[in-house]
Design a binder for this molecule. Structure first.
Ligand code: DAT
Ligand code: MG
Length: 140
């Protein structure tokens, strides 16, 4: 176990349905602390850069269109094993395959509009946090 931080995004479908508080309650109930948070309306080119790793996937274009379709909440979640813990709280990418009680199962609409993003490794978490937050916005 180690103290980690991870990058989370509450996606446009969840922000649009006004359920950011319900989602944040899940993080807090499951032992993660929100240590930075802001609402942003990302433009297409920012999203394209963030999801660069998926550039060759068939869903890339639609994903970028969707993620720039409305405001999102970007946040840093901190705690013991935060990266893996958040992935467990989120559930599988496709809400239909996600375990009952996970955010995606309970709040996701479909494989694209699946309510939340979460970093998949400690290394990517640090890169993704740096993508959205300046040092001034982060806890020392
Ligand atoms: P995750 O968000 O669980 O890390 P990922 O990194 O493989 O999943 O994909 C990034 C996002 O792209 C995912 O949250 C939703 C979208 N996506 C993934 N697979 C998809 C598919 N088969 N069809 C449509 N969108 C998809
Ligand atoms: Mg991913």
């Amino acid at each position: 176990m180690s103290l980690q931080r991870t990058l989370s995004i509450i996606k446009p479908d969840a922000v649009g349905r006004n359920i950011t508080g319900s989602i944040n309650a899940r993080f807090e109930q499951e032992g993660l602390r929100i240590t930075a948070q802001k609402m942003m309306f990302l433009c297409r080119s920012q999203v394209e850069k963030f999801y660069e790793i998926h550039r060759d996937k068939a869903f890339y274009d639609s994903l970028c269109e969707y993620m720039s379709s409305g405001p999102v909440v970007v946040q840093v979640l901190s705690g013991e094993d935060a990266v893996a813990r958040n992935r467990r709280i989120m559930g599988a990418t496709n809400p239909a395959n996600a375990e009952i009680g996970t955010i995606r199962r309970d709040f996701g609409q479909n494989v694209e509009q699946n309510a939340v993003h979460g970093s998949d490794s400690v290394e990517n978490a640090e890169k993704e946090i740096a993508f959205f937050f300046s040092k001034l916005e982060l806890m020392p």
